[in-house]
Design a protein around this ligand. Structure first.
Ligand code: DSN
Length: 438
């Protein structure tokens, strides 16, 4: 038993369990996986090496693992309606890197993705990421209204001639027009990669359109709105297969031997469980409620004068520009955590502040919806958020770099002792006790 053999680690895990129970987890990329998924993760499948693919492994002893991997593949194909899937990518970064490795020549091939500063992802060709170091990249932005300016994106694509255009975002509160991205990709001869990590669960639930009719390749992590274990799926669509029938082979080889060794078989089993859960009517109801909650929360926050990027939320997340509230995003995120509301600081479009001290926060409803919260609870949560931000507005962080780090330290230590925030944390602890975590 872990409890007796390594009480130190056991105690830390218990502390984290308690933390997850007693706060409002509102980072939109996080969720609570079911007990069954966690059970599959903690099994003897951890002990096996399975380099290769089902029925084509390098090592012996993979009869059972083959069955598990085939099951995960079949469930993913059925759920997302695609002809091919690879379930081995260990997580999101390697998932996208595998696609680029499969399709592009190093230092020559070009990726075009949304800039991280506008809600893209590191792995969509950011220069700080291997995807922007090992391949060429060009980045597009959002318009001043926080929406896509497709004419500008098309102009950029025509000028830059990327080999892959990436759509699918981490801080975009709207519905993605996959068809429009596909039109641009077709016009410029690029592959269209839809990274739907954030919205996979919404797609499955039918509350966000699927990219499958439009994209050549669809990638997704499995632990966000899909509510599974950490892991990833790389899918080729019928359209992608028509364009290049070798795509599956290229992607399989990019994963192994290209980027990984043995897959994590316990993770593959847990992905299979997650895909079964995601195919139930209960999961559809869950997806519907995520969006209802996000819209309700966005509406309530707007009433309090919060400026929401894109004007609201049509999916699972909300991006708030706190400039009008005169609170820095880093200060806001810290104050909210002291009060028991966990969100992340986030850049807003055309942010004048640097990434460590951005002007906004990003929050979402996937995890709190898993706990059974509905519109009524969102009204209450918006009130708490407003109270915390009002309280935090007396802690000013200088826009100027000089002395900012030291000042932030001081602000944090003062926020940690703030009586009003600590009182809200107590209320939230009592409130969250009514909503079980799996
Ligand atoms: N870290 C994830 C997110 O929060 O959106 C993306 O990888």
């Amino acid at each position: 038993m872990l409890k007796t053999k390594d009480p130190t680690v056991y105690k830390l895990i218990k502390e984290e369990e308690k933390r997850q129970r007693e706060v409002l987890e509102m980072i939109p990329s996080e969720n609570y996986a079911s007990k069954e998924i966690l059970e599959a993760l903690g099994t003897v499948l951890n002990n096996k090496y399975s380099e290769g693919y089902p029925k084509k492994r390098y090592y012996q002893g993979n009869k059972v693992v083959d069955e598990i991997e085939i099951l995960a593949e079949e469930r993913a194909k059925k759920l997302f309606k695609v002809p091919y899937v690879n379930v081995q990518a260990l997580s999101g970064s390697v998932m996208n890197l595998a696609v680029y490795t499969a399709l592009l020549e190093p230092l020559k091939g070009k990726i075009m993705g949304l800039s991280l500063a506008f809600g893209g992802h590191l792995t969509h060709g950011q220069p700080q990421s291997a995807t922007g170091k090992f391949f060429k990249s060009c980045l597009y932005a959002l318009g001043k209204d926080g929406k896509f300016d497709f004419d500008e994106i098309e102009q950029l694509a025509l000028k830059e001639k990327p080999d892959i255009i990436v759509c699918g975002f981490t801080a975009y509160p709207g519905i993605i027009d996959f068809k429009r991205f596909a039109d641009i990709a077709e016009k410029t001869g690029a592959y269209l990669l839809a990274d739907v990590s954030h919205i996979a669960g919404l797609i499955v639930a039918g509350v966000h359109p699927s990219p499958v009719p439009y994209a050549d390749i669809v990638t997704t992590t499995t632990h966000k709105t899909l509510r599974g274990p950490r892991g990833a799926l790389i899918m080729v669509t019928d359209k992608g297969l028509r364009k290049d029938p070798e795509l599956p082979k290229k992607i399989d080889s990019a994963i192994i031997p290209g980027l990984q060794g043995g897959p994590h078989d316990n993770q593959t089993a847990a992905i299979a469980v997650c895909l079964k859960e995601a195919s139930t009517p209960g999961f559809k109801r869950y997806g519907v409620q995520i969006v209802k909650n996000s819209k309700e929360l966005a509406g309530e926050l707007t009433k309090y004068g919060f400026k929401l990027i894109g004007g609201g939320s049509d999916n699972h997340l909300i991006l708030i520009d706190l400039t009008n509230k005169r609170v820095n995003g880093a200060v806001a995120a810290f104050a909210l955590e002291v009060a028991g509301i966990v969100v992340n600081k986030n850049a807003v479009p055309y942010d004048k502040m640097p990434p460590f001290y951005p002007s906004g926060i990003r929050l979402g409803t996937p995890a709190i919806t898993t706990r059974g919260m509905k519109e009524e609870e969102m009204v209450k949560i918006a009130g708490w958020i407003n109270d915390v931000i009002s309280e935090a507005s007396s802690y000013r962080l200088p826009e100027d770099k000089v002395g900012r780090k030291e000042m932030f330290k001081g602000i944090k230590s003062s926020l940690q002792k703030n009586k009003k925030l600590l009182a809200i944390a107590k209320e939230i602890k009592i409130f969250t006790a009514r909503y079980p975590v799996p």
